[in-house]
Unconditional design. Sequence first.
Lengths: 323, 546
Amino acid sequence: MHPVLRTVLQRLGLGVLTLFVVSVVIFASLEMLPGGFAEAILGQGATPETVAAFNREIGLDRPATVRYVEWIGNIFRGDFGYSYAGLGGSIKRSVTDLIAPRLYNTFFLAIMTAIVAVPLSLILGILAALYRNSWYDRIVNSVTLTTIATPEFFIAYLLMFFFAIRNKWFYSLSTVSDTTDFIEHIYRAALPAITLMLVIVAHMMRMTRAALINLLASPYMEMAQLKGVPRREAIIKHALPNAWAPIATVIAFNLAYLVVGVVVVEVVYVYPGIGQLMVDSVSSRDMPVVQACALIFAATYIFLNLLADIISIVTNPRLLHPK
Amino acid sequence: MKSEKQRVRGETLLEIRGLRIEGNSDGVWHPIVKGVDLSLKRGEVLGLIGESGAGKSTIGLAAMGFARPGCRIIDGSILFDGIDLRAAGEEDKRTLWGSRIAYVAQSAAAAFNPAHKIIDQTVETAVRRGVMDRGKAVADAVDLYRRLQLPEPAHIGERYPHQVSGGQLQRAMTAMAMSCRPDLIIFDEPTTALDVTTQVEVLAAMRDIVEQFHTAAIYITHDLAVVAQMADRIMVLRHGREVEEAPTRVMLSEPREDYTKTLWAVRKLAKPESVSDDIVLSVRNVDASYSGVVKVLDNVTVGLPRGRTVAVVGESGSGKSTLARVITGILPPSRGEILFNGKPLSRALNERDKDTLRRIQMIYQSADTSLNPRQTIRDIIGRPLEFYQGVQGAARDRRVAELLDSIEMDESYIDRLPTELSGGQKQRISIARALAAEPDIIICDEVTSALDQIVQEEILTLLMRLQKDTNVSYLFITHDIATVRAIADEIVVMHQGKVVQQGPKSQVLNPPHPAYTELLLSSVPQMDPDWLTNLLARRAAGKAGA
């Protein structure tokens, strides 16, 4: 077996193991939350008897280990269970049905943002490395530093004020539903996407610049110059292939953030993504939904980091072509 | 050196007049090159020689019209084939670089881009300039690889730089420089990072190809014996100025300036050998490995007499530094035992008591990285005094001052930081730190390799005096035969993890030798300009005879 394939399989195995550990942590920490679904839903009427009856109804009276094994076993079969919210009533809502449209919206926003942000930050970073210490470099650096330092909700409100209220170019609220068509969806999600872009472009662009500048002092870059390779070509052809590993890592980190860290932006724009769903479910103690969301977040992180690892391996000839 | 009939009688190719270059450190510009004149004819090889800081690499790069970041050419003229390189724009210089003036860097391993195949890097400039199309350029590169005697010339280019050896990479870099048939090649210490046995082949290959294509070259090195083989003329540099310049044979036989003579004199340092049967450290049948698979040490037996110096010589990968790691306990051996003062020594570091640790000390090659840059000399030398002997406060400072005195440094250095000292002074501090423990044995791992020759001599003289004063034993690991000659009582020759030969210096250095010792000793460049030619002829004859 090629050593690279073996490493990839090893990482994949480790990823699955991590996911398993994460599932235990999620389940255990949610167990430790004070109060339960019954208290949350019954409110004033939560006497010990009604709570116990309620818990018996949704199976919460059984030991945590039993419930964990049942939960994880069902997930292996693709069944995330039912939301507590509909249990006992006439409409049982499966967690999958609940999450699917929200997850679609979140991925829609994430992909829309990434398609613009990743190439943009690579280009900005490469240009900043190429024209290091020029006016361009300084301006890009200070602008990106500002957008990193500004809280995202503040950026969101600023954009909303200027582009939705002062100039009525966009809607201030990004409400979408499953009947919204594709183009309309893009239009409505534009402001949240721009907000997220401002946050992540800064991070990725600065890393690209730093990774490249780090290599500019290496002897092979001097050699390229003394072989008559023009500066721009030297950076793209001689520096960039050696810089992919750190760049891929930071891109993976930011893409994961687009899926798991966007709740603030979703709330500001009232965009129905998975972050909002999770926050709502935590406050109503709707555990099956919270657990499923947390597991999806963890899987996203693990998958994207695995992808970054693989990119680091395949762009390193020492690993790809061993002696 | 080239034979007489091939001596150069061409037109002038490069003319440098009044070259002055400044370097920036901590925001202050200070002179590096202080007015150097230099001229080179077509097909001629000029050797630039000097110690570190002489400005030889800076001049070599300036001959291309290039100054490294942090350097600037402030005065003088650089005329290459009638083109004024100081006035030329970046674009004009770029068309010259790689095609008419090429550069061969010191470390080929660092100067090749790890991300691209060797062949792609070799033909890059030729294809870009449109000198030839890719197919033709590749065929030509294969021809150059063959001329440079690279193994499998047709396929070696398909490899990545990390897949071939250092000596092969250095030859591939020469092929890269040759690909556009430049008028001038700058060789910047091209064999310094190589082992001596590899160096011979690389030197021969570079000399031949430069001769075949009648290419002019500037050959930069700190090694006189090497430059004597390569250059038609030699220029000696010191502190950014020319000391003297003469044809190679004249320079070797009749150096005019005192400084040049001192460079020659370093090689004459030699300690009379003295043997002893009082063995303080005995390594017996030791095997060691890092991965558990490949043996880095294979059945190694070495004895170190009290108050004497045993030099361990070998090339990189011979296992000589691993031997040091096994003795110090950093790498426990997989087989065999080590006797210290007659008693078995614990295999691993953490099983040894403080007194044993104190008795075995170590000095490293790079004082820069082995001294903590944030600690003063007082702390660096005082630490072993506190740790091993429990000496504190004023008594400690008195002892530090004594130790500074014994390494011939002033007491006033006590509050300095390592970064304020020269390379030689830093290595002296490392010696004092080892001495502070009052050890029985000091393991010296290539301690003079990073130093200039004159400083090397001072350090070696100091080590010998300290041995006389304290009766300490040295296990002296080195790849440099001149150093061995200077200080050893006994010599251990190592090759691929095995001891090839061990004995008193006079015995090991004089024939008859085992085959590997012969190869190693004969590969050490000599001051004779015909040494390389004669050596290659002898080896060819030997091969034909066999």
